[in-house]
Ligand binder design. Structure first.
Ligand SMILES: Cc1cc2nc3c(=O)[nH]c(=O)nc-3n(C[C@H](O)[C@H](O)[C@H](O)COP(=O)(O)O)c2cc1C
Length: 353
């Protein structure tokens, strides 16, 4: 017995609460009455920041993890076959359903509560049960999670984490691509249900005003001359250095399959943090751009920009003891007020046949 269309939609609504870079939701589905196919929508992520759809595959990994956690709530178990057809590169997975006892996974309730929290976090140590739970997360094989709690060490790493912001705002093409994904109003967010919602950035009124002005390329050019990108990066470094811990998550390599596994691991760690009342923000920009640059895929940057981002990325990889040829997915975690805004999701796009 397989889920009927109504139950399938409910399961996929839960699964699609997964995070994706800039909330672009790079997925669509096909249901043939027995098996669910999950497809990638290529090319919709920010091409300057992404590398060969890996950002999308991380998001698909998070979606599949949500799917596996949510299905038993509706009385099903899933078995997932990754990249089942070599000839169809956009076919990410085929999912089969089997009836099971109905129960709630301990992480299920956190699927709807998980969100990116970009507020400053309190300077407070992790509660011992939260620390133990994070270190204990069951992850796909070969995955490494390193937590850095030492405050002085986090302070020295924070400027490297925010180095991507200086680069992004200081570069005309990168900042245009960044501003193109911004959603400016609640009404627009409700209508589009995708994109990077400005209210989730937790700006104070002055910052929000400057950010809006900076979206105009001619004003941004003037702001660059006044040193705004470096100022924003140094302010954000103060936020990234605070809180309880920095985390670093990495796979053995950065293949398509490893990116999916990284996404599954990210979602489990994030849901576990949510269950323990912890705020969470992925901070993937510097290490991802450093990885692209090392592979000769960031030729849109100047020599000096490439050198600077590679130095910052290397400092971070070293701190997280990552000696593999794969970027560390960094996040910060800690105690904070609830985010002041949340992002919506589109209805799952399912083709039935
Ligand atoms: C692979 C990946 C990388 C991300 N990198 C960042 C990042 O560097 N900085 C950031 O603030 N958010 C980052 N995010 C968070 C997304 O922007 C966020 O998940 C998305 O906008 C949806 O919002 P939500 O997490 O509140 O549901 C990342 C998410 C993913 C999946």
């Amino acid at each position: 017995m397989v889920p009927d269309n109504t139950i399938l939609l409910e399961i996929l609504r839960d699964a699609c609460r997964a995070p994706s870079g800039d909330n672009v939701q790079p997925w669509r589905f096909r249901w043939d009455g027995l098996t669910l196919s999950l497809y990638n929508i290529p090319g919709i992520h920010n091409s300057y920041l992404d590398f060969e759809e890996r950002g999308a595959y991380i998001a698909h990994g998070a979606l599949l993890e949500n799917l596996a956690i949510a299905a038993p709530h509706y009385g099903y178990n899933v078995s997932i076959m990754l990249f089942p057809d070599q000839g169809m590169p956009d076919l990410v997975a085929r999912v089969a359903f089997a009836p099971s006892a109905t129960y709630d996974d301990p992480l299920y309730a956190s699927i709807q509560r998980r969100a990116t929290n970009r507020r400053p976090y309190a300077s407070r140590a992790l509660a011992s049960d939260a620390r133990a739970a994070l270190k204990d997360v069951a992850m796909p094989e070969g995955m490494t999670l390193v937590l850095i709690e030492d405050a002085a060490k986090r302070e020295t790493l924070a400027p490297h984490i925010s180095a991507i912001e200086q680069l992004l705002l200081g570069h005309a093409a990168l900042s245009s691509a960044f501003f193109a994904h911004i959603v400016w109003t609640k009404r627009e967010e409700r209508a589009r249900r995708s994109g990077f919602y400005v209210k989730t950035m937790e700006f104070n009124p002055v910052q929000a005003f400057v950010f809006k002005l900076a979206s105009k390329p001619w004003l941004m050019r003037a702001f660059r001359k006044l040193g705004l990108p470096a100022l924003i990066a140094s302010e954000d470094a103060k936020i990234y250095g605070g809180g309880s811990a920095l985390g670093g998550l990495y796979a053995p390599d950065f293949s398509k399959t490893s990116a999916l596994a990284l996404g599954r691991a990210l979602e489990r760690v994030w849901l576990t943090a949510t269950t323990h009342g912890l705020a969470f923000q992925p901070l993937f920009g510097t290490t991802m751009m450093g990885y692209k640059s090392r592979r000769g895929e960031a030729m849109f940057l100047s020599d000096a920009e490439r050198a600077a981002i590679e130095v910052s990325a290397l400092s971070l990889e070293t701190a997280f003891r990552n000696t593999r040829d794969t970027p560390t997915l960094i996040f910060r975690v800690g105690y904070a007020q609830e985010p002041s805004a949340y992002t919506s999701r589109k209805e799952p796009n399912i083709v039935y046949n």
